[in-house]
Design a protein around this ligand. Sequence first.
Ligand code: ADP
Ligand code: MG
Length: 502
Amino acid sequence: MSENPADSATFDALGLSSNVLKAVVDAGYQKPTPIQAQAIPFVLMGRDILGSAQTGTGKTASFTLPMIDILAQGRARARMPRSLILTPTRELAAQIAENFQIYGKYNKLTMALLIGGESFGPQIEKLDRGVDVLIATPGRLIDHFERGRILLTDVKILVIDEADRMLDMGFIPDVERIVGFLPRIRQTLFFSATFPPEVKRLADKFLMNPKEITVSRMSSAAETVEHSFFRCSGRDAEKRAAFRALLGSEDVKNALVFCNRKRDVDVLAKSLRRHGFSVAPLHGDMAQSARTETLEAFKAGKITYLVATDVAGRGLDIQGMSHVFNFDVPFHAEDYVHRIGRTGRAGAKGRAITLATPDDAKFIAAIERLLGKTIPITTIEGFVSPQATGDDGARPDRSRGRSRKSREPSGRGERSRNDRPAAPAEPAADENAGVAQPREPVAAREHDDSDQKSRRSGGRDSRSRGKPRRERQDDSREEDKVVAFGDHMPAFLSREVRIRND
Ligand code: ADP
Ligand code: MG
């Protein structure tokens, strides 16, 4: 952690009101996290903030706490929110709203949420009455703005949360448009875990003389996380068997399991369920009601394993998660950091466990570069990979090199058996059409569909017509990414040590 004197600060010393301090005590927080200690006094002074901190470092309270005090003076006018928080996914938006409720319990602030997948009615009524805080995903906000339901001319504070994820999801053009609707004189708080060039450009454009706060990459969350990588076969059924062996050897209280693709989320969740694990899938093709229900059940401890994609798992704040599993090594090293940020949060110990196939060498090398250390990969103790029989309750095994088209979950025989998907899938076709092109390497990611849907209803989808579904595009690109070693096993795949991060 940094040597900043603010690190030893107490909440009392930050200049927050007694109402907010009382709520913080009620929340059980003993002392501010480094980003909170460093940001809060400057936010209260009205300064712009450029915050760089990985997930799990307490960024939300670093802007919500001082905002509550700033907004305590003054009143909202009809349809004219006084502050705006832009966030990439509906789950994050909901979490921020929860934070405002917890910390703002002794204040009387009003708040509305504009997020994809929820009905408008009640939120519109709130907006019509006037809100202090508007929390929104970009597409949905533009939708409402274009229908004349909101005026953004009274926004005094703008928060852009998870800017790098906005970039990944292709939301930057929307964010730029929205900022264009806001008054030039305002306070802007900008947060991102990473700063690729496009995010830097935005920060330069939106911020005025910002106070820059950096909480170093491998601090807080990661310090309490123990990372382990286990070698396994790249064949589907064998990989799932290896995964079950791993689960069996760990003392798991509750865990997120990440897959790189939506369809693998369903396949893995079904397979685990057939093997008696308490598990549910979470991804962007599920109806919002099903996503919310699944999350609630997981938070309530009714489900042990939540299998998710990066987008669905992004920013989920679930207390005391004992493990994060990467069923797939993420294609992007930064996603590794985000994923493992789901465990070891707020000082708790956590385990991050990754399955590594020979195809993953390139991605592991990228993670090593990002973390600045080598990652030893071990074998799973006592595990003997079964022959690929395809009888593990999911789809038949196929070798990696085959065309991915034949592996679409809609393919015959794979949806059969007695396992229905846990949640009704919304029609997925064209869902991702109309996305502003994200930067290239993101092709293989899932895109949160909420905003795309609302855009279509905004009538701006013409440019996407006739384009193939993104998933198909992903398939072809994904194949370019496969690396095979033949007989040449890279050194890191044959090292035998388990690392502890200390
Ligand atoms: P980030 O946005 O940086 O990913 P969050 O704001 O979601 O992080 O916070 C991560 C977790 O840490 C949450 O569970 C939150 O309640 C908790 N938390 C935040 N601030 C503190 C604090 N000062 N002391 C203890 N826990 C905190
Ligand atoms: Mg956050």
